[in-house]
Design a protein around this ligand. Structure first.
Ligand SMILES: *[C@@H]1O[C@H](CO)[C@@H](O)[C@H](O)[C@H]1NC(C)=O
Ligand SMILES: *[C@@H]1O[C@H](CO)[C@@H](O)[C@H](O)[C@H]1NC(C)=O
Ligand SMILES: *[C@@H]1O[C@H](CO)[C@@H](O)[C@H](O)[C@H]1NC(C)=O
Length: 357
């Protein structure tokens, strides 16, 4: 991907000031009492999706705002169903484990179980379906999810892209949708060392010679052998699914970023793995769970993994410290994800500000 673009801090600042200026004008035209700070952020978000704000040359003239869709909260009732898009190495396994404990332990309200055999709700399929017609595993997963979700169980984690939610019939106004993002450089580093640990075959030509040799990692992002650069954007754009019934064809690459932003803005709870406690509190609020209960459970989970595995997050991998030039190579090859993450951060802050005022 030849999208090496350097950031221009001056231009960015100018954008912020233009925004605030516009806001003051727009703010005075609006009726009723409008809270100023969230509005400023909303405009920044709209700007992030408009042309000329980076990367996407064919983005068109749309502007994107926060289109968050959450189930209506009924006082005294917790949300009934949850669906999580698990982009690899964004703390999705941790969230999955936490959610399983937070949902009712029995009955239709429970988290869906994974395993081989008729006593489980879904087969354990942890790969993305990618493109083309689904193989037998993925077809089984699809059918089991359609059959079980909301009938036998009410929460699931999916490694599929966002289009899968539509294929299995997730209704955003009824089911709480979640996805987690992570700084793209950290996510790629984590994915690389995780893949090394599990001896993934695709790393055959990309292994380090020793603890301070990062040439394999740099070649891995430069060659992009399994098309894993900009993975968060691909997943959120709906650009990595096979032919599920009713899903649109895969979008062209020049639309990925704009689509990913649009789809991300719909998701009810955006988790940033760097800000897990804040994310969990937002989740607690959207789900109508007590935040103290959610945080207590998180503390227990973390204590358990610290004792058992010397790591705080479930399924995390120890890794060396990675120097600047290696990080730059990762960033250079993940420009779309860098921009999606920036947008995700803005949404995250926007939603926090709305709820604290
Ligand atoms: C799902 O529910 C149906 C109807 O109650 C039941 O026959 C079936 O065994 C359940 N499946 C699982 C995996 O629990
Ligand atoms: C690590 O591997 C690199 C590349 O093979 C080599 O240049 C370097 O000397 C090695 N460092 C150590 C400490 O062995
Ligand atoms: C955790 O750390 C302790 C002390 O450094 C070590 O003895 C133990 O083997 C580690 N456990 C794991 C699972 O790595």
């Amino acid at each position: 991907m030849g999208r090496a673009r350097t950031r221009q801090p001056g231009r960015y600042l100018l954008r912020i000031f233009t925004c605030i200026g516009l806001l003051l004008i727009v703010g005075t035209l609006r009726q009723g009492t409008v809270l100023e700070l969230p509005n400023q952020v909303r405009d920044l978000i709209a700007q992030a999706g408009s042309p000329g704000s980076g990367g996407d040359a064919t983005g068109g003239s749309h502007s994107i705002s926060d289109a968050q869709q959450c189930p209506v909260r009924v006082p005294g009732y917790a949300v009934g169903s949850i669906a999580l898009i698990h982009i690899p190495k964004t703390a999705g396994t941790y969230l999955h484990t936490a959610l399983r404990s937070l949902m009712p332990q029995t009955g239709v309200g429970r988290w869906c179980t994974w395993g081989n055999g008729p006593e489980f709700d879904m087969p354990p399929v942890f790969s993305t379906c990618a493109v083309g017609n689904p193989g037998p595993d993925h077809q089984q997963l699809f059918e089991a999810t359609k059959r079980s979700f909301l009938t036998n169980c009410s929460g699931f984690t999916s490694h599929q892209d966002v289009a899968y939610f539509d294929a299995v019939g997730v209704d955003y106004s009824r089911t709480l949708t979640i996805t987690a993002l992570r700084h793209p450089v950290e996510r790629v580093i984590s994915a690389y060392y995780y893949s090394l640990r599990v001896d993934a075959p695709f790393l055959a030509g990309y292994k380090p010679a020793n603890e301070t040799d990062f040439s394999g990692l740099v070649r891995f992002v430069d060659d992009n052998p399994i098309d894993s650069n900009n993975l968060m954007t691909q997943v959120m754009a709906g650009a990595r699914h096979c032919n599920w019934p009713g899903t649109p064809p895969l979008p062209p690459e020049d639309q990925h970023l704009a689509l990913a932003k649009q789809n991300l803005a719909r998701i009810c709870v955006i988790v940033l793995s760097e800000f897990m406690d804040e994310s969990l509190v937002r989740l607690a609020k959207a789900a109508n769970w007590g935040s103290r209960r959610v945080l207590r459970l998180a503390a227990e989970l973390e204590a358990h993994y610290t004792t058992a595995m010397n790591q705080t997050l479930v399924n995390s991998t120890p890794k060396p410290k990675i120097p600047l030039e290696v990080r730059q190579a990762i960033e250079r090859n993940n420009q779309l994800d860098m921009q999606l993450y920036e947008f995700g951060l803005q949404l995250f802050m926007h939603r926090s500000l709305l709820s604290y005022t």
